[in-house]
Design a protein around this ligand. Sequence first.
Ligand SMILES: Cc1cc2nc3c(=O)[nH]c(=O)nc-3n(C[C@H](O)[C@H](O)[C@H](O)COP(=O)(O)O)c2cc1C
Length: 160
Amino acid sequence: MDVKEFRNAMGHFASGVTVITTKDEDNFVGLTVNAFSSLSLDPAQILFCIDKGSSSLHAIKKDSPFVVNILQDEQESVCRGFAKKGGDKFFGIDYSLSNEGIPFLKDNLATIHCKVHEIFEGGDHLIVVGNVSDFSCNDNKDPLLFYRGKLGSFPQGSLV
Ligand SMILES: Cc1cc2nc3c(=O)[nH]c(=O)nc-3n(C[C@H](O)[C@H](O)[C@H](O)COP(=O)(O)O)c2cc1C
């Protein structure tokens, strides 16, 4: 199977965009992720998939806290910034700190505070299941979308 063609086919599934944020011993860590899903209502759980080659991987450990920042359509530059490999991705970014000292981004569409519950093998990715401890939503913004390799937003009023 041709990997590029498979990736292209998967790109036909339209999704939102998240940035996963956390920290290691010394630094804040984050990366852009669209392989995100709700998983369970009771207990409240979500999952995301992370490439085994990600430089953020070392910060994702059992019981470690992290935040899912669901992006709105004015956060395209945030999406691009956190899709870069390594480095200080928080420079020039507006963020706050959770009670546990985890950075979460300002002006998100939704913010979900989690703790790593379990990590499963998933081919060249890992599947990270998180227990949700807190969340907040902004109903006055529209989502940032990802479809066939491109970022976009709903045309004004298309959802009503
Ligand atoms: C829209 C979009 C969605 C992405 N989704 C994922 C994803 O679900 N999982 C993943 O591991 N990387 C995903 N990436 C790629 C990472 O953001 C990218 O490889 C980044 O450089 C990883 O940074 P790190 O190596 O510093 O952790 C996505 C990138 C973009 C632009």
